[in-house]
Each structure stands twice: as structure tokens, then as C-alpha cells.
Design a protein around this ligand. Structure first.
Ligand code: TIU
Length: 269
């Protein structure tokens, strides 16, 4: 077992047995894994997810769904995305598939983490080079129709209603593009024994790509769901995904909502 984390491993419980990603040798050991300590819930199975560059066998019990920055500031008029001069309607396509994967992940009972990009009200955690970009009237911290742009606690900073977190789903507030930078995401994932991240969110080439690269360097396997991600620039979306899966999956794998839902549904049935 490569990352036991907070999981307890027992050979004496009557729960269904699970195998690790490392293959049948572990299956022969008939280990039983429980999340969050002794006998909380049955272990989840290994499933193969259709993905590029190749199908991936994933231990569903060691997989988390990470939804990146599906915030009003990026997807709704008057927010940070619009302030940067972008066509925000291009991000809409990701909402429905994300909602479907979120529902399947909730049914399967896997760890679900939401992230939000944004800053303290006094902007002490915002690098000047980031704040000083663009039209002064529409910069980070400026007052827009959804409150101060990209500032924590403001309406625009929050997650869109369609994907709103429910109790028990951690929300990571991040000051940068990557979800690992200056956050406790890595700690959470390691404590839960997570090996694989299903990654959704916006934008493909900015916060999704940055997070996937950070995750890859930390030893987490990423499966990016193409239709659950979007960019203001369609060509960047396509290239962002290509860069992840090239060279044998140099940063991770690329799959789609249907394949992820199939694997999650098989795990929850
Ligand atoms: N979340 C995220 O991607 N932040 C950005 O600023 N993205 C842009 O594409 N600008």
C-alpha cells in the first residue's frame, strides 16, 4: 500500500476487501481498508477509467474529486474573468458535466474538495505584480457588481450555485493559480491516503494546469476531465489538455465526465 495516510488497514473485518493500485499481489493479501479509522465504511473497489494516453486502473477509495475555481468571479458577468477582457460565456460548457461528476462523487462517497482563487480584504497576500495588472478600475480589490474583485468573502469570490459545496466538502482558499501553493491541500490529501485526483474546473491552461503540475511533482496521479474544464480561449483548452497527456502522460491523464461517472457509479452500486 503506497500511501496509507489516515486509513486503517485490517485483516479481521468483514467488510469487502480492496486492492491497491499496485496490482493483484496486494489483492492476495486480502487487506481491508477503512477510511477515517476503524470500521467507518466499506472499502471501495479498483476500477478502470477510460483515459488518454491509456486506460487507468484506479483505487476509487484513494481518489478525490478536486473542482478548481468554479467561482462567480470567473463565470459570471462583472467578475475577475470579465475584468481581464475575457468572454465568460466560454466557461459555461463545463458547468453541467461538473455537476454530473459532483453528483456521482457524492453518491460514491469519495473525498470532494473545492478551491477558490482570491485574496484577503487588505490584499496582503496578493503580489503587487498580480494586483497591478489591467485597468485600475477593474483590478483585484476594485469594487465591481459582485463586490470587490477576487476578494474573499465577496459575492463574486464564491462558488457558483450549481456546484455549491455541501457540508463535509472542504473548500481551499488559494492566493495563487496552483491549489497547492500556500494551502493545506497536500496535507489533506495525504491524511486521507489519496493517490489519484479527478480534476475539473477553470481555466484549463491556468489554474487547472498549474494545479496538475504541482500535484504531479508531489506524487499524485491526476485525471483531468476534459468536458469539466474550460478556457476563455478554446485553443488554450485544447493545448492545455494535450500538454498534460503528451509524452506518456507527462503530467497526468485526460478523460471525460462519462468515463469518470461510469467508474464512480460502478463503485457506488
Ligand atoms: N482560476 C484561474 O484559472 N484563474 C485565472 O486567472 N484564470 C484565467 O484564465 N485568467
Amino acid at each position: 500500500m503506497s500511501a496509507a495516510g489516515a486509513w486503517a488497514i485490517s485483516e479481521s473485518c468483514a467488510c469487502a476487501s480492496a486492492v491497491g493500485i499496485n496490482g493483484p499481489d496486494l489483492a492476495r493479501q486480502a487487506q481491508v481498508i477503512h477510511r477515517n479509522g476503524p470500521h467507518v465504511e466499506a472499502a471501495l473497489p479498483v476500477r478502470t477509467i477510460a483515459a488518454e494516453p491509456e486506460p487507468l486502473a484506479v483505487d476509487i477509495g484513494r481518489m478525490a474529486l478536486v473542482i478548481i475555481d468554479m467561482q462567480r468571479d470567473f463565470l459570471e458577468p462583472g467578475g475577475f474573468g470579465a475584468a481581464l477582457g475575457n468572454d465568460i460565456s466560454r466557461l459555461k460548457s463545463a458547468v453541467g458535466p461538473c455537476a454530473d461528476v459532483l453528483a456521482a462523487a457524492r453518491r460514491a462517497g469519495i473525498l470532494i474538495i473545492h478551491t477558490r482563487e482570491g485574496h484577503r480584504a487588505d490584499l496582503t497576500d496578493a503580489p503587487p505584480i498580480k494586483v497591478e495588472r489591467g485597468d485600475p478600475a477593474m483590478r483585484i480589490g476594485a469594487l465591481g457588481p459582485m463586490g470587490r474583485i477576487l476578494v474573499r468573502g465577496e459575492p463574486g469570490h464564491d462558488i457558483i450555485p450549481e456546484l455549491y459545496p455541501v457540508a463535509g466538502e472542504p473548500v481551499i482558499d488559494k492566493p495563487g493559480k496552483g491549489a497547492f501553493y500556500q494551502t493545506d491541500l497536500e496535507l489533506m490529501l495525504k491524511n486521507r491516503g489519496i493517490e489519484t485526483l479527478l480534476v475539473c474546473g477553470v481555466t484549463t491552461e491556468v489554474c487547472v494546469n498549474t494545479t496538475v503540475r504541482e500535484a504531479n511533482d508531489r506524487g499524485f496521479r491526476c485525471v483531468v476531465l476534459s468536458d469539466c474544464c474550460a478556457s476563455y480561449f478554446p485553443e488554450f483548452h485544447d493545448m492545455g489538455l494535450k500538454m498534460i497527456k503528451a509524452q506518456g502522460g507527462i503530467f497526468g491523464s485526460v478523460s471525460a465526465s462519462g468515463a469518470a461517472i461510469a467508474a464512480l457509479s460502478a463503485a457506488s452500486s
